[in-house]
Each structure stands twice: as structure tokens, then as C-alpha cells.
Write a protein of this length. Structure first.
Length: 227
């Protein structure tokens, strides 16, 4: 084998880019996210306060003033932008959802764990960018290994566990591709559907680097053993 050469540190650069992109997109709505965290903490410390507030609100007669069509359009644009910002971590960190599937399937409620008093989409926007660092680190290893394998260097060594998870992601990528081909116009207007399909396709493509690197390392080891 040829001596190892220094390669571009994809395993550190890719996770850094991912977390910076997510934080940059969520930074304009940081006040709303902070409010969601505070509300969730309060629901653990004093759950009865929330119940009392809800019962008190029923006794109030709230009158919402009418808004103009222009204000309605502006509100729709803001809401759409907020929904898009929340869905970015869902696409960029799609493997976090895949890793949670065993828990979701075994959970009687058939859903992921979410802190009390917090919406699932808010929890994903807050937690998935940090949980996704590990998976971006893995794909960075795959890219480094693929680049090194082309020089007959098996560094870093891709393990079978990584290869197995990459194959699962590749399978989800194929499912996402089928989902695009069979989707309807109404499906394409669903932001969450688009985010899931985009994430599945993205990680289906990224997984090929790890799979190809493991195959090249296996073939190189086989040739060395035969020699």
C-alpha cells in the first residue's frame, strides 16, 4: 500500500457547516425558540399552572380585530418562512429520524420522544442540529476513506456498522425517490413532506460514499491477501 497522505478533514468540516447553517437559519426566530424552552421547563416545574391558565382563558371573551388582505398575505409569508426554517434540520439531519425508528415503533404512541409542553417540530429544530453532528461526522469519514481508497490507502477504516447504517440510508434514499415520482401536487405543497423527501434523497446520495469506500477497502485487502 502507498503511504498515507494527509486528506481534507471532511469529518470535521461537514458537521461544522451543518451546525452553522442550522443556527444561521434559526437565529432570527431565537426568541420564539427560547420561549418554547421556557414554557417546557415551566410545564415540568408547575404543570397545574398551565391547566389553570387554560381554564381561565376559556372565561375570557377575546375579540380579534379584522385584518386587511395585505396584512393576511404578510402573515402568510412570515408563517411560511417560519415553517421552512423549522424543516431545514429535518432535511439536513434526516439520520436522526432513522436512528429513532426503533423507539418510535416500540412506543405505544408511535411517535418520537418530545419534552413536555413542546411541539415536535420545535424540538426537532432545537435538538436535531446537535444530534446530527455525529452523522455528519460519519459521512465525513466516508468521504475521507473514499478519497484515500483511490490511492490504495485504507485510512480511516470503515467498519461494518457504518456500512450497514449507510445501506439503510441508501434504502431510504430509494424510497424517497419513489415518493417523488408518485407524489401528487398536494404532497409537494406540504413542507414536511418535501423536507422528508429532500432529506431522504440527500442522505441516500451521501451514503454512497461510505458504501463505496468500504467496498474499495475490502477489495484492496483482498488483493493484498492474494499477493
Amino acid at each position: 500500500m502507498a503511504p498515507p497522505h494527509p486528506s481534507f478533514p471532511f469529518r470535521w468540516v461537514l458537521p461544522s457547516i451543518q451546525i452553522v447553517v442550522c443556527l444561521a437559519l434559526l437565529w432570527p426566530v431565537r426568541s420564539y425558540l427560547l420561549f418554547a424552552i421556557i414554557e417546557s421547563i415551566h410545564s415540568y416545574s408547575s404543570p397545574t399552572v398551565k391547566i389553570r391558565a387554560a381554564s381561565d382563558s376559556k372565561a375570557l371573551n377575546v375579540i380579534v380585530p379584522p385584518i386587511t388582505p395585505e396584512e393576511q398575505r404578510r402573515n402568510d409569508v412570515v408563517a411560511r418562512l417560519w415553517e421552512t426554517r423549522k424543516m431545514v434540520p429535518l432535511a439536513l439531519d434526516f439520520p436522526v429520524l432513522v436512528a429513532q425508528l426503533p423507539y418510535i415503533l416500540l412506543n405505544p404512541a408511535k411517535r418520537e420522544w418530545v419534552p413536555r409542553g413542546m411541539f415536535p417540530d420545535i424540538w426537532r429544530a432545537l435538538s436535531w442540529p446537535f444530534a446530527g453532528i455525529f452523522f455528519w461526522w460519519l459521512v465525513g469519514r466516508g468521504v475521507e476513506a473514499l478519497a484515500a481508497a483511490r490511492r490504495s490507502v485504507a485510512i480511516p477504516q470503515i467498519r461494518w456498522v457504518e456500512t450497514g447504517f449507510a445501506l439503510i440510508l441508501f434504502g431510504f434514499g430509494l424510497v424517497a425517490l419513489i415518493g417523488i415520482l408518485t407524489s401528487t401536487p398536494d404532497d409537494r405543497r406540504d413542507i414536511q413532506f418535501v423536507a422528508l423527501i429532500t432529506g431522504g434523497l440527500l442522505w441516500g446520495v451521501l451514503a454512497t460514499a461510505t458504501i463505496a469506500a468500504r467496498f474499495l477497502q475490502w477489495r484492496s485487502a483482498k488483493r493484498s491477501a492474494a499477493a
